[in-house]
Design a protein around this ligand. Structure first.
Ligand code: TXA
Ligand code: MG
Length: 353
């Protein structure tokens, strides 16, 4: 399949690989590209990853260059399961085992001590390595075909929206990627939860698709690090915690409470602005219009998982809509919403409002 008009010009093919009927010839082609040191974007249950051989320094350098990401930000090594993860870790604790057996394959990244053979390029120069066993059948088939770990950050340019479809990848990376495997839209739609298991009490470094209550049921006492208050500067415990991350180019403004949101929308429409409203529940009230002002309303639903599934795709689409601003209704503060709230906060950092 060729994608239609892709802004940044990806000229390769985008084979559609159905999860329930894998095209093993395309998987083999993708594995051959990886083996030769190339980059392949592939679907996972969270977001699309930009894959390269995790133990190949040159491939890792290509990933950083394609993303435009600082080399101090570590990449996640994707593996088939605990046995492969152990080969990358200097020490594999009972806690790591407990979490891996409970949640792998799935949207959980474990930060463990780095084994000596793991290149520092993968770990951003640090002594820990993030490992995750994805559950997506295409990701697993690719890992099996290659037979070694795959480093894969989200397949987008640094500090831009994460991709949840093959078209998002092509638009963001263009020909910087050698092949894109299209497995359809990602089911979770938000990145994995990153948990540091190097200490007696594990710490969530990045909230993600696996929510706190589910994790805490297996690991009581699990801490939620100061993830929602990222350091303003300097070294980061986890680089996904950069203040501005996951951001659309259109200013994104979070407004607490629907009355305030409607007032802000009305004010902007009155001033002739085109605004998009991102809501949790449909809008019953009518919004004013003005000569040139207008509003476009999108409701992502009041269920955290459903909202997360649609969030990045909605932001990608609104970002192309030529709006002056995306006004976002604040989401609930409860635990299942933590990852969504985190991404919305980062997307709006540095913005007015
Ligand atoms: O769901 C996901 O995690 C996706 C898919 C493709 O697996 N990948 C992803 O990768 O989101 P990336 O590079 O965009 O974000 C990985 C995050 C980093 O921002 C960082 O927060 C954390 O994982 N991370 C990775 N290795 C780490 C380490 N050694 N220490 C601390 N944090 C680490
Ligand atoms: Mg990312």
């Amino acid at each position: 399949m060729r994608l239609g008009s892709i802004p940044n010009g990806y000229h390769g093919t985008v084979p559609r690989v159905d999860a329930d009927c894998l095209d093993l010839a395309e998987i083999a082609r993708a594995a051959a590209i990886l083996r030769a040191g190339g980059l392949v974007a592939f679907p996972t249950e969270t977001v699309y990853g930009l894959g390269g051989r995790a133990l190949d320094r040159a491939a890792l350098a290509r990933i950083f260059a394609a993303k435009g990401r600082p080399t101090t930000h570590p990449l996640i090594a994707h593996v088939l399961g605990e046995a492969d993860a152990r080969t990358l870790a200097a020490h594999w604790s009972p806690l790591a085992s407990r979490l891996a057996s409970a949640f792998w394959p799935g949207p959980l990244t474990l930060v463990v001590p780095r084994a000596p053979q793991v290149p520092l390029e993968l770990t951003g120069g640090g002594d820990s390595v993030g490992v995750r066993a994805p559950s997506h059948p295409v990701a697993r088939a690719l890992l099996e075909a290659l037979g070694e770990p795959i480093a894969a950050p989200s397949a987008n340019r640094y500090q831009t929206l994460s991709p949840t479809t093959a078209a998002h990848v092509a638009a963001s990376l263009g020909d910087l990627v050698d092949m894109i495997l299209d497995g359809g839209p990602c089911s979770a739609g938000i990145e994995s939860t990153v948990v540091d298991v190097r200490t007696a009490t594990p710490v969530i470094l990045r909230p993600g698709a696996l929510d706190y209550p589910t994790l805490a049921a297996v690991v009581p006492g699990l801490e939620e690090a100061a993830t929602t208050t990222p350091a303003a500067s300097g070294a980061h415990a986890s680089p996904g915690l950069d203040r501005r991350h996951y951001a659309p180019t259109t200013p994104l403004v979070r407004v607490p409470g629907r009355p305030a949101l409607l007032a802000e929308a009305a004010r902007r429409i009155g001033a002739g602005q085109q605004v998009a409203l991102l809501l949790t529940a449909p809008l019953e009230e009518a919004l004013p219009t003005s000569e040139s002002g207008r509003a476009h309303v999108v409701s992502l639903g009041s269920d955290a998982a459903g909202y997360a599934h649609r969030l990045f795709a909605a932001l990608h689409e609104l970002d192309r809509g030529g709006f002056d601003a995306i006004l976002v209704e604040a989401v609930p503060g409860s635990a299942p919403w933590r990852a969504v709230a985190d991404r919305l906060q980062r997307a709006s950092e540095g913005r007015v409002g």
